[in-house]
Write a protein that binds this ligand. Structure first.
Ligand code: NDP
Length: 514
């Protein structure tokens, strides 16, 4: 295995990568609809009903027919995961690592194809899609290396008259439940981490994006992941989620998604059911209300550009997206003017045309975001956007800015998860920091400043899992910015960080008298 380094991004302003991306899109369009069936124990399993995955830019285009798992399918998937577990756990770490690394290699060989499916199924433009695929590849490679590290002897102190050793071993069969917003990166990372460590999983993709998960499964099978090690279980979380989480055979739950669902899983996975022989490990990575602070020493042009990039990349549908821009009084008017200008120039349109802002993911999200905007009008000044855009029936919403938002209002506290930015005025940097820390979340945050004193204060007291200084607040790189938040943003499991695989392992210590 080569030493780990993140996959470099293409520059789609250049002809060659753009044309090759467009060719991939054309080839995918000719294959529609795709198929995303259940794969349990290596076998495709038919389901009585199906989930229709559609293009959010043109919802009458069917992207894929996905299976829709029942509670019986969930039961079979867990059984298959446990059946595969002993052999996979006993597979040498080096072999597991090679296989997981190869999943990344396969995705890299077909990078535009994987990204192209995401453009069609999730509405990500070229760069956003490629960043998602690149992150998935990075997870495979980084965790493959980490599997080798976890296999090293644990360093212990010596004790007279004994030899002592400790080693890490996998937990068993677990459940992986990703969201739709990083439909490849998060799905892949949350699955291959535990798998590289020797566990087996049931992978339930988000219902909005089952085809991208099916592409991942294709790569995993081609890479040599044995049957039953990753069981693919598309299906409604509302229908099979509780059954998977509650099952006494479930050894761990690895979840990323909304706070509401995360809290439900946290509670349910803590309950011990008849026949259960362990405490379930459960990791919940949840939402954010991420803030970027701009103080009076900042480079205002750079700050405004980073705010707009962070707020509207992938339509603001990132857990790390900037949804609060906190400006100290002295710079408030100028930064607001600058972001209004930049936002007015954002092209809204189909992701296949590589527009800066595409559709939001679904009819349900479209309705929910518009209703938040409607309620926001009663709280603050709507200064940009605020409406749906009628184009091919796609789920478009104008990039929206509310000014003079009160920190404790709904616009200042509630995660909307769409292209809506709340701009808040602070009296000074201290006030800005207090406002930034004044939500239940703590995922990402940023500061634009040239004041070393303010920067040091933010490093110490801005209570977020991922703090970004003088740059955008999205786009964490695997192995470089371990990702995961504080407070109601989740378990802080730090995806892409050095301790990730350890979360899915337990340690055995052996003492032998000489
Ligand atoms: P949801 O919580 O709605 O869904 C996440 C997953 O949970 C989906 O696979 C969903 O299935 C499943 N699910 C739904 N109900 C249940 C249930 N009762 N039991 C078990 N699983 C269930 O989140 P979204 O997919 O809408 O994702 C957006 C959210 O994710 C935002 O809040 C965002 O901030 C957060 N997020 C957090 C990240 C982080 O690292 N902290 C990263 C990315 C996103 P189905 O699709 O079938 O409903």
């Amino acid at each position: 295995m080569k030493p780990y380094a993140p996959v470099p991004y293409s520059d789609f302003a250049e002809d060659s990568p753009r044309e090759s991306y467009e060719a991939a899109l054309a080839s995918i369009a000719a294959q529609l609809p795709g198929q995303a069936p259940l794969i349990i124990g290596g076998e495709v399993r038919e389901t009585a009903s199906s989930i229709a995955s559609v293009n959010p830019a043109k919802p009458d285009i069917l992207i894929a027919n996905a299976g829709s798992a029942s509670a019986e399918d969930a039961d079979a998937a867990l059984a298959a995961a446990w059946e595969a577990f002993p052999a996979w756990a006993a597979t040498p770490a080096a072999e597991r690592a090679e296989i997981v690394h190869r999943i990344g290699d396969i995705m890299e060989e077909r990078i535009h194809e994987f990204s192209g499916w995401m453009t069609l199924e999730a509405g990500k433009n070229y760069a956003e899609s490629e960043a998602d695929t690149a992150e998935a590849i990075d997870f495979c490679r980084y965790y493959a290396h980490q599997a080798l590290e976890m296999d090293q002897p644990v360093r212990l102190l010596e004790f007279p008259g004994e030899t002592n050793e400790s080693f890490l071993m996998p937990l068993g069969a677990g459940i992986v439940i990703p969201p739709w917003n990083f439909p490849l990166a998060i799905l892949c990372g949350m699955a291959v981490g535990p798998v590289a460590a020797g566990n087996t999983v049931v992978l339930k993709p988000a219902s909005n994006t089952p085809m991208i998960g099916a592409m991942f499964m294709e790569a995993a099978i081609a890479a040599g992941v044995p049957p039953g090690v990753i069981n693919y279980l598309p299906g409604s979380g509302g229908v099979i989620g509780d059954a998977l989480v509650d099952d006494p055979r479930t050894r761990f739950v690895n979840f990323t998604g909304s706070k509401e669902v995360g809290l439900r899983i946290a509670e349910r996975s803590a309950t011990v059911h008849p026949g259960q022989r362990w405490l379930k490990r459960s990791y919940m990575e949840m939402g954010g209300k991420d803030a970027l602070i701009v103080d009076d020493t900042a480079d205002l042009a750079a700050a405004a550009a980073d705010a707009v990039r962070s707020a509207y990349g992938f339509q603001g549908q990132k857990c790390s997206a900037c949804s609060r821009l906190i400006l100290v009084e002295e710079v408030y008017d100028e930064v607001l003017d600058r972001i209004l200008d930049l936002t007015a120039n954002l092209a809204v349109g189909p992701a296949v045309d590589n527009c800066a802002v595409g559709p939001v993911i679904s009819a349900a999200q479209h309705t929910s975001i518009l209703s938040e905007i409607e309620s926001g009008k009663g709280e603050a000044a709507l200064v940009a956007g605020g409406s749906a855009i009628d184009l091919d029936g796609g789920y478009y919403i104008e990039p929206t800015i509310f000014a003079d938002v009160s920190p404790n209002s709904r616009l200042g506290q509630h995660e909307i998860f769409g292209p809506v930015l709340s701009v808040i005025k602070a009296a000074d940097f201290e006030d800005a920091l207090a406002i930034a820390n004044g939500t239940e979340f703590g995922l990402t945050g940023g500061l634009h400043s040239t004041s070393e004193e303010n920067i040091q204060r933010a490093i110490r007291d801005f209570h977020v899992g991922n703090l970004y200084l003088n740059r955008k607040i999205t786009g964490a790189l695997v192995g470089i910015q371990p990702f995961g938040g504080f407070n109601m943003s989740g378990s802080n499991s730090k995806a892409g960080g050095p301790g990730y695989l350890r979360l899915f392992m337990e340690m055995k210590s052996v003492a032998r008298r000489l």
